[in-house]
Design a protein around this ligand. Structure first.
Ligand SMILES: [Fe+2]
Length: 282
């Protein structure tokens, strides 16, 4: 039997790309077999030229736009999309992954209470929640260190952004900000720290608080509750590359289509990190 292929053009308008693939494969069984791992200290073994990228990000914000987070009022969370969904138009190339205006009426606590994985009315093709739809890299050719780092990924890059927390931030309350994102079998999340200090940490509800330093490339266990915290009132800036890669799918840009790779249903994405299958160390 020919290997299945999933062109974007065949995704029904009422489904996300992932839900379409799930509906036509044994994806859920495969993902369930690999659920439940918690490895908060797993890192990508790469050299990140954080200082060079820090300067390039400043230029990219200036050249391509520096966008505030659209989901919640206030401007301290901001950044620039790394990928985009062409269906959403040129106006959303830079800010399409910086939240969504429809969540703007929620206060911070309510915003994090929305389980966006389950927000079914918006689990449709081309929406903000259609993770695999954000399948095209923005053009970072004018930023060589960043472009080189992105080229090193051996897997397709999806839903990714550069994110900066800056300005006067209040200390995080203990109960606010906890949330879940995609399972690592869907989207493997790497946080690459460009700048940060001890004012900030990544926390797991049932695990450690982790302070990242420039150059760190940490795997985030996005299927368990986590959050970013401001530990002290801060005037410093925290800038990360928030990279999501598809561990189990290939993406053919010419055909605008996905297919299963050899790792699908066979290797946990965290083991792919260890085996060097996620990034060619640069
Ligand atoms: Fe998250």
């Amino acid at each position: 039997m020919a290997a299945p292929i999933f062109p974007y053009a065949e995704v029904p308008a009422a489904m996300t790309v992932l839900d379409h693939i799930r509906a036509h494969s044994d994806w859920d069984e495969a993902a369930a077999r690999f659920a439940g791992r918690f490895e908060p200290d797993l890192r990508l073994d790469i050299k990140v030229p954080a200082e060079a990228i820090r300067r390039e990000v400043a230029r990219a914000y200036r050249d391509l736009g520096w966008h505030r987070w659209r989901s919640t009022p206030g401007g301290s969370y901001s950044g620039l999309a790394i990928t985009h969904n062409p269906e959403r138009g040129a106006a959303e190339r830079g800010n399409g992954l910086l939240g969504h205006e429809r969540y703007r009426d929620c206060d911070t606590q309510d915003y994090f209470a929305v389980d966006r994985q389950m927000d079914t009315q918006y689990r449709v093709r081309g929406d903000y929640l259609d993770t695999l739809g954000f399948r095209r890299l923005n053009d970072f050719s004018a930023y060589p260190a960043l472009a080189h780092l992105l080229r090193g990924f051996g897997r397709p890059i999806s839903r990714s952004r550069i994110a900066s927390l800056f300005g006067v931030s209040e200390t995080s309350r203990p109960d606010v900000g906890w949330h879940l994102d995609e399972a690592p079998t869907t989207l493997l999340r790497l946080n690459i720290c460009i700048e940060a200090d001890s004012d900030y940490a990544l926390e797991y509800r049932e695990g450690p608080a982790i302070q990242l330093a420039p150059g760190d490339a940490l795997v985030i266990n996005t299927d368990v509750e986590h959050r970013v915290t401001v530990r002290h009132p801060s005037i410093s800036t925290r800038t990360h590359l928030v990279i999501g890669v598809l561990p189990w799918l290939d993406y053919d840009a010419d055909r605008d289509a996905w297919s299963f790779n050899d790792c699908y249903g066979r290797i946990h994405p965290y083991d792919m990190v260890r085996e060097g299958l996620i990034h060619a160390a640069v």
